[in-house]
Design a protein around this ligand. Structure first.
Ligand code: EPU
Length: 310
């Protein structure tokens, strides 16, 4: 029998919304309902959220821009999404941004200021916090290359600001994944010529526009590139482009993009992902590993919240 729990008052006092569909919270648009969405507007409120969850032994999740996330059902545990003021601070060649700032907007702002170093990020959607979490990258560059300092809450809700150290950020991975909450960052950029920066951004945009299905709902690349390989090429060579399960389909433009034509269900999407993995394994003998974050349904979650009293 599932145990029902009410949420503590400390959480309910924070800005929150009920029953928001993941179709509105993710770019892919697959998933069920987010039962509890908490949207702190300050670091102090985010800290209250984490501390209250720790005190109550409540599991919770963090959502950023939802552009690298596949949700496979309803989520009943509290979900944290930061809603800090959208302000950037510049100090010489350094730019400071809150985690809830748009990642593409940060790249565009740097370009407008004539600061070079974030051109690679000009087409990577999502939030700055998500980019920190995943060490987002493209075209051989990644966030840690320009990261001067980063701020986060530990799993206990303590605030830390530090410079990145070796081993903390890797290929589409960072230490922030382990129950920590990214709060903001400071990037150190280089003085650049705005026209050259703009030209580089245009070039990346053109490349992305010709190789990726940007007009369809997607979550970016679904699988990590195995060392020295391209997951997209492996999927393509296995003859899987166009493979469709309901409204979920392997993109015809890029094999590592699985698109949602509008009404793809979690079951259809999960089935397509599993089939692609199995066929790539059969064809190439390679196990693809998801690059996207996947939220599974919480069938065994003891903290299912009573929808009436919860
Ligand atoms: N290719 C194919 N068929 C395909 C897709 C790709 O033959 O269906 C070939 C391309 O022709 C190219 C090679 O595979 O020769 C590599 O393709 P691409 O340049 O598109 O790069 P990728 O390795 O597939 C990576 C990142 C992307 C990032 C691009 C550009 C991963 C998993 N993917 O893709 O990141 O935008 O490089 O730097 O690391 C993401 O993280 O969500 C993402 C899309």
């Amino acid at each position: 029998m599932k145990m029902m729990r009410n949420l503590p008052d400390a959480l309910l006092a924070l800005p929150h919304r009920r029953d928001v569909p993941f179709s509105r919270l993710t770019t892919l648009g697959v998933g069920g309902i987010c039962r509890w969405l908490f949207e702190p507007v300050s670091e102090a409120q985010a800290q209250v959220f984490v501390r209250a969850c720790v005190r109550e032994g409540l599991p919770w999740r963090t959502l950023g821009g939802g552009s690298n996330l596949v949700v496979l059902g309803d989520v009943t545990m509290p979900v944290l999404r930061l809603r800090f003021p959208q302000e950037l601070r510049r100090d010489g060649l350094e730019l400071q941004a809150p985690a809830s700032h748009g990642h593409i907007r940060l790249s565009a702002a740097a370009a407008d200021m004539g600061l070079s170093g974030l051109e690679y990020a000009s087409g990577i959607p999502g939030s700055v916090g998500g980019a920190m979490h995943m060490n987002a990258g493209a075209y051989g560059r990644e966030l840690v290359d320009v990261l001067a300092r980063y701020r986060f809450l530990t799993g206990d809700g303590d605030l830390v600001e530090k410079a990145p150290e070796p081993g903390e950020f890797g290929y589409r991975w960072s230490v922030l994944g382990a129950g920590r909450v990214a709060l903001g960052l400071t990037v150190r950029l280089a003085a650049g010529d705005p026209a050259r920066i703009r030209a580089q951004v245009q070039d990346y945009r053109r490349k992305r526009g010709t190789s990726q299905p940007l007009g369809k709902r997607n979550a970016g690349c679904i699988f990590k590139n195995p060392p020295g390989q391209s997951a997209g090429r492996l999927i393509d060579q296995a003859g899987l482009k166009g493979l469709r399960v309901g409204d979920a389909q392997v993109s015809l433009d890029h094999g590592n993009f699985l698109v949602n034509h509008g009404a793809a269900t979690p079951t259809q999407f999960a089935e397509l992902m599993a089939t692609v993995r199995a066929k790539v394994k059969a064809t190439h003998g390679i196990d693809l590993v998801p690059e996207v974050e996947i939220w599974e349904p919480q069938k065994d979650d003891p903290f299912v919240l009573d929808p009436i009293t919860g």
